[in-house]
Write a protein of this length. Sequence first.
Length: 55
Amino acid sequence: MWPPHPLHFTALDLLYQLEQQIAQKELGDHSYLERLDAIEKDKGGIPMFYLTCGS
């Protein structure tokens, strides 16, 4: 995923990109975003998240 603006990434940008990524996936009954947890930052300083889907 790449932000539309090179200097920042808004919460709306993040949610839109996540929705685009999972929209075509076969998730069975787990088709709704339930939560998004920040995990940590990688070695380059980029934040990582854990996406939980549910029904």
